[in-house]
Write a protein that binds this ligand. Sequence first.
Ligand code: SF4
Length: 512
Amino acid sequence: MGEEIYNELVKAVEAHNISQDVQVVKTGCFGFCEQGPIVKILPEEAFYVKVTPDDAPELVAEHVVKGRQVDRLLYKEPGMEKASNKIDDMGFYQKQFRIVLRNCGFINPEDIDEYIGRNGYQSLGKVLTELSPDDVIEELKKSGLRGRGGAGFPSWMKLSFSKGVTGVDQKYVVCNADEGDPGAYMDRSTLEGDPHSIIEAMAINAYTIGADKGFIYIRAEYPLAIERLEVAMKQARDYGLLGDNILGTDFSFDIEIRLGAGAFVCGEETALISSIEGKRGVPTPRPPFPPVKGLWGKPTCVNNVETLANIPVIIEKGGDWFKKIGTEKTSGTKVFALTGKVNNSGLIEVPMGTTLREIIFDIGGGIKDGKKFKAAQTGGPSGGVITEEHLDTPIDFDNLVALGSMMGSGGLIVMDEDDCIVDVTKFYLDFSVDESCGKCSPCRIGGRKLYDILDKISKGSATAEDVDKIDAIAEAMKKASLCGLGQTTPNPVLSILHYFRDELFSHINEKV
Ligand code: SF4
């Protein structure tokens, strides 16, 4: 519908003969999905929600031409005295802090000048003219940036490992945009809204480790993100920001896009590397680790989209600035795709350390239809549930693991009192079993066994002995699976066994 609204706005602007003064610009996602499509009018930053193509003529005639706001398209939430068109009045935005999404919804992602206008490519210029590769690593070390793809590995360390490999003729940087968790769309939105930030970060990483070639591995199901990346890469080449002798230096670097075919396991570094090499996308044992021996046996630094989007800002504002945001062990922010039974679903970015209560009730506006909160699943199929008693835990990598869940890439699904925890967990397990590549038996067989037990529980035909087997199967999967997919597949089951044991057993007892 966004395209139709855009066309109608353009028509209305032309009809009023104001095209020389008024520009209609497409942007990336503003994040507030629940209220979309959104139209923002500058310079007053008026924010109109739930706009349809039919509203376009009125918005132009009233707001743009006559300077009168269109009341029926204003936002109103419980507790607000009156409807508003200001972002600052909206609970959804008040606790957010945008680093990764800084440009999403603000610039035309297909116009490099708009990115440059918001300090884009300034960090690359700084790196190439003022900083040595060691300086970049030092700045990232100071920042405390940890990989946002799930594991939270320190970003500076990966670069340092790759940089430290000498005597090789080729190194690579890779952007992992193979986002596949159910309910997750953080990377897609970032790429659609701000593709240049990823190109800039990859160039910085390439300079740091001594690579001249990069790959963006992205799901083929993200056509708009791919299209915008292609436009951005062409513009960057035209501006001398990709290609030979970037900005007149002796640093050369270019990027190729490789499309993934939707296998979840290809988000795992070694599987992704195999897939780029043209092989079947299955994980391989580590060591060797990709930063030392990756693509075609060469040092390869793989980072996910969100991690990369932070890097230009860290170089621009400094590692010390970044380190002050978030918690002691996890600095910076986290982007979440907030979905499920919450009033304000959408894409959000909050400082690490924000509590789940703040995310669900302040930003998310609470549970739909006044229902009671039951649990939230973080970490997608690799994570677990967070219950009411832990809503005030500050979110960071370590705290979530301590609760038996994990940060994952950022899918956050909220459940209410009506949701059956067994059914939800069965859904995740079904996903993981389906996505297992089958290479190793603990995952291939263990996942299926766990699913069968859960299926029996949900149908009331399980016994207490079946439930007793869960721990042993999970233990074997965690210890013996080759990659993270198999190692984390039992997490949702273990989590409900811990937090919702009574509900789980009630499924059995009901039918006895
Ligand atoms: Fe494949 Fe699962 Fe083994 Fe990973 S753990 S290699 S997904 S079978």
